[in-house]
Design a protein around this ligand. Structure first.
Ligand code: 4AD
Ligand code: MG
Length: 430
């Protein structure tokens, strides 16, 4: 019977075969401990000299790291390992030998690991991060499907720029110009007018010359958009959504969070009721904290966000930013047009902005004015402006940056470890 490591719990006492790789090994004269990994998990195989042929024991002792194997033996409970099961190995068959695997159990520098990202992904730590990432995606689909949202896929090749024109990747589209999507939002707004509540999940691209632990050139965004939903209700949906997926990780990724050494007590607190402060209050708070460099009208940098977030033990919404520093489509606050009905959600522990969102303008005249003020070509945005012409309604939406959320949930300090093959400033290999 061929099973995966993950299925081992259902096969205690049975002899099974697993296809796997050798992650690591320890051996003495009488016993060899094989750390096996098969993608579904990690498990120890124990080879006892007295229980197998001399040939088999000799083979087990000399298997090299990352050699692929079929290993056959009996699944047993093992209370000493967190996984809880091990295999009493009866036989080992080598599929393909691996020689001189570059990533050894010793410490390696970051650049070396990044150059070998295609292999580094096999490590226990990277495996755990990818599993948490997958759980966040799985729970995202579950949450939105359970709450009446329809998944809509906006295009990647576009002619529009929701988040400003300075960070676009340009490409030719036959005889026309095109850009890689920096956000699917405008298309999602059009889709919300057709389907009510929609969400997207896809890659987005920013030609940002930022080299920080929070910036990727290519990152994945979840972008819900909701007709007949205003600013306040959008914040409620955001806190329900973020709480739901974080609690799903706590429930379904216990082993992975343990491998990562994540302090889960902080994540357990993330169950709705996120604190909210306005931009005005945030500026006041920063002045109290001796950030003398910042003035009303400035955007926040990472140190400001971290200082604000450190005041709270849950993610915090900073609301109502100055209109001048936000995107063209945001709805001005009634009676105070110098700020907009928007919110950034800032994660605790210094992980920074994980969500940006707002209520959208639904007034034809104002939208056209904003498009022009921002130097966008009304002709190119004519399809988008149609939303305001044909029964526009109050609507709101937001974008969650998956990699920043993964960094926060796993506790890793750089987004380069949160995506399988990161695209960073000056790095497109491997
Ligand atoms: O705040 P942003 O730019 O908002 C938008 O793109 C809106 N159109 C979203 C919407 O309302 N539908 O980006 C949203 C989120 C940020 O909060 C951050 O988590 C992530 O995307 N993000 C990045 N993540 C990694 N690397 C980058 N360079 C990122 N830029 C933004
Ligand atoms: Mg933002």
């Amino acid at each position: 019977m061929k099973i995966t490591i993950k299925q081992a719990k259902d096969y205690v006492g049975q002899v099974v075969t697993i296809g796997c790789w050798l992650d690591n090994k320890r051996s003495s004269g009488k016993i060899a401990f094989l750390q096996l990994r098969d993608g579904s998990g990690f498990m120890q195989g124990v080879v006892v000299k007295a229980e197998v042929s001399e040939e088999m024991f000799d083979l087990a002792k000399h298997i090299t790291q990352e050699t692929s194997l079929y290993v056959t033996g009996e699944i047993r409970e093992d209370s000493r390992s967190k996984f809880g099961f091990e295999m009493g190995v009866q036989s080992v068959e080598v599929i393909a030998e691996a020689k001189d695997y570059p990533i050894t159990p010793k410490e390696h520098g970051t650049e070396f690991l990044m150059d070998n990202r295609h292999l580094w992904l096999r490590s226990k730590r990277q495996h755990a991060i990818m599993k948490v990432r997958n759980e966040l995606i799985r729970a995202t689909y579950e949450f939105f499907n359970d709450n009446g949202f329809t998944k809509v896929d906006p295009p990647i090749l576009t002619g529009s720029a929701p988040e400003g024109t300075t960070e676009l990747f340009h490409t030719k589209y036959f005889d026309e110009d095109a850009f890689l999507s920096q956000s699917g939002q405008l298309y999602m707004e059009a889709a919300a007018m057709a389907l009510g509540r929609v969400f997207s999940f896809g890659p987005t691209f920013r030609a940002e010359k930022s080299k920080t632990r929070r910036h990727l050139i290519e990152f994945w965004m979840i972008e819900p958009e909701m007709a007949f939903v205003e600013h306040e209700e959008s914040l409620e949906i955001q806190e329900q959504y973020v709480s739901y997926i974080i609690q799903s990780v706590l429930k379904n990724c216990e082993l992975e969070l343990d491998v990562l050494g994540r302090d889960t007590s902080k994540l357990e607190l993330v169950t709705g009721d996120f604190p909210r402060i306005t931009y005005d209050e945030a500026i006041e708070l920063l002045h109290k904290l001796d950030f003398d460099d910042i003035e009303w009208g400035d955007d926040f940098g990472a140190p400001h966000e971290t200082a604000i977030a450190n005041h709270f033990d849950k993610p915090v919404f900073i609301t109502e930013y100055p209109t001048a520093i936000k995107s063209f489509y945001m709805q001005p606050k009634p009676g105070r047009p110098e700020v907009v009905l928007c919110a950034d959600l800032i994660a605790p522990e210094g992980y920074g902005e994980i969500i940006g969102g707002s209520e959208r303008i639904h007034d034809a005249e104002l939208m056209l004015q904003r498009v022009k003020e921002h130097g966008l070509d009304p002709e190119a945005y004519s399809w988008y402006l149609d939303i305001t012409k044909f029964g526009d309604v109050p609507h709101a939406g937001f974008g969650l940056g998956l990699e920043r959320l993964v960094a926060y949930v796993t506790g890793v300090d750089h987004v380069r470890e949160t995506i399988p093959f990161p695209r960073l400033l000056n790095r497109i290999y491997p």
